[in-house]
Design a protein around this ligand. Structure first.
Ligand code: ZN
Length: 236
């Protein structure tokens, strides 16, 4: 079943994550201006992105002019190719990380000691969702930035801020009005690097709370109010 768009603000929508998917399927943020649609992340595959495109057509959204990658991980970037010719924006480290990690993504080859590279693990997971590798292509960011970037699209200002952290060095947060998209920034490291003692990044959660957004949206969860997001600290 195709997920339904959730309305967050009059001009901000969210295509929610699918916790039942066999491979991680993050949520995708959607910011709509009079003439353009801006996506926060691209979908985990062309197939996932096409589902989102279908529901965008149902609400008569304008063409996707920009895609913002919250970080380079495949489940946030592999859907980019279906969106026509949008400008892809990301942190300056994203381009290199994306190409180094997934440039040869199609072979699933665990190391002899049983560990696996990110590319290899991504290959196992993405094999299920990408399907036809011959038709697949990575879309590296066209614009990268260091620190902060303000994206002005029609009358909307979208603020991108590098935050880094233990999950991915190129993690950014994306703010539009009082809504803050977080990607995976405060999560533990990705599975293949995760140690049993790894936790959420509680210091980062404190810093994010200090941003005083009204709505917090991380990519594998549903929108939370400031008070609901603060409840994560109880896990520490
Ligand atoms: Zn991630």
């Amino acid at each position: 079943m195709t997920a339904q768009l959730q309305s967050v603000r009059e001009h901000i929508w969210y295509f929610p994550p699918d916790p039942d998917a066999q491979s991680p399927q993050p949520g995708v943020g959607i910011i709509i201006t009079p003439n353009a649609t801006v996506l926060v992340d691209a979908g985990n595959s062309p197939q996932h992105a096409r589902q989102i495109r279908t529901v965008l057509r149902e609400i008569a959204a304008p063409p996707v002019a920009y895609i913002i990658y919250t970080h380079h991980h495949w489940d946030h970037t592999f859907g980019a190719q279906i969106w026509g010719q949008p400008i892809v924006v990301a942190d300056e480290q994203c381009r290199t990380l994306l190409l180094e990690t997934y440039g040869s993504h199609t072979r699933h080859t665990p190391h002899q000691d049983g560990t696996e590279s990110a590319a290899s693990l991504a290959s196992a997971a993405t094999q299920r969702v990408v399907g036809d590798w011959n038709a697949f292509r990575l879309v590296p960011p066209h614009i990268t930035f260091t620190g902060k970037l303000s994206l002005n699209v029609d009358e909307r200002t979208i603020s991108l801020t590098h935050i880094g952290g233990q999950h991915a060095p190129d993690s950014i947060i994306v703010r539009c009005d009082d809504v803050l998209f977080l990607g995976d920034c405060y999560y533990p490291p990705p599975m293949y690097l995760r140690e049993p003692e790894d936790t959420l990044d509680f210091a980062m959660i404190e810093a994010l709370l200090a941003e005083q957004a009204a709505i917090y949206i991380d990519a594998h969860g549903l929108p939370r109010t400031h008070a609901e997001f603060a409840q994560l600290l109880a896990q520490g």
